[in-house]
Design a protein around this ligand. Structure first.
Ligand code: SAH
Length: 245
């Protein structure tokens, strides 16, 4: 019986892979990977490593979760090192917990390798610290997926709100947060394709987002709170420096 590794591949930039994930990928016999995993990272695997795409995007399941579970189980009977590679961290909206429970129930040995989550790395790469003395002493990470029944009023007082999978519902989320008492003047950032060469930031306010939402491409991390202005300021200065040069 082999072992299954639930591995976080980080937010996109292959250099943000952990050394542990790197070592395991080098030795993997089979890798089942998601849409948000960078091609560069897959290139680290052995030439004879079996690479299987099981990704899902926007509710379009290319493989149902039960089939992924089943594949992991079957591969663990044949191969030594089975890697389930996910974007970011495997336990942050990655369904890693479900795979862990399923495999444990079947008696399969599992190791979890945490990854750098986009929830924190995307803001970082836009110079937005999720906490900052005097500005933000709490942050929450929430799904913006419409079917998850999130109670937005619970997040009216969290200093920095980080929303994953929220692009499609961005206008509705803004309206709900304003209704729940958040200030419409509050700054909002979307960081698209964070940590990749195509990263782009879109800045707005909660009020503007509720009235007239800007275009945003997926994947993107949405950040709401005072700390957003910090990143915006740094990026503005960097830009004017570039233009000056
Ligand atoms: N496990 C992942 C999150 C999976 S949910 C993690 O820890 O990062 C998928 C959501 O993550 C996307 O809808 C988007 O909001 C966010 N995301 C993941 N990678 C991203 C990236 N490189 N840039 C922007 N958003 C990203």
């Amino acid at each position: 019986m082999g072992k299954v590794y639930l591995v976080g591949g980080g937010p996109g930039d292959p250099d943000l892979l952990t050394i542990k994930a790197y070592k395991i990928l080098k030795e993997a016999d089979v890798v089942l990977y998601d849409a948000l995993v960078s091609r560069e990272i897959l290139k680290l695997t052995k030439p004879d490593c079996l690479r299987i795409y099981v990704g899902k995007r926007d509710g379009r399941h290319s493989l149902p979760q039960e089939e992924i579970n089943d594949l992991l189980l079957r591969f663990s009977k044949v191969y030594d090192k089975v890697v389930r590679l996910k974007g970011g961290d495997p336990f942050v909206f990655g369904r890693g917990g479900e795979e862990l429970l399923f495999l444990k129930e079947k008696g399969v040995e599992v190791e979890v390798v945490p990854g750098v989550t986009s929830a924190v790395a995307a803001p970082s790469f836009a110079f937005i610290p999720v906490t900052h003395r005097g500005l933000a002493s709490s942050f929450a990470v929430v799904t913006g997926h419409p079917n998850r029944g999130v109670d937005w009023s619970a997040f009216s007082k969290v200093d920095t709100l980080v929303i994953l999978m929220g692009v499609k519902s961005r206008q509705r989320i803004a309206k709900e947060l304003i209704r729940a008492g958040r200030n419409p003047e509050e700054p909002v950032a979307f960081i698209e394709k964070a940590t990749t060469p195509d990263q782009r930031e879109v800045f707005t306010t909660l009020g503007e987002l509720a009235e007239n939402p800007p275009e945003v491409e997926t994947p993107a991390v949405m950040v709401i709170g005072k700390v957003v202005d910090l990143g915006r300021e740094v990026l503005r200065e960097a830009l004017s420096y570039e233009q000056h040069r």
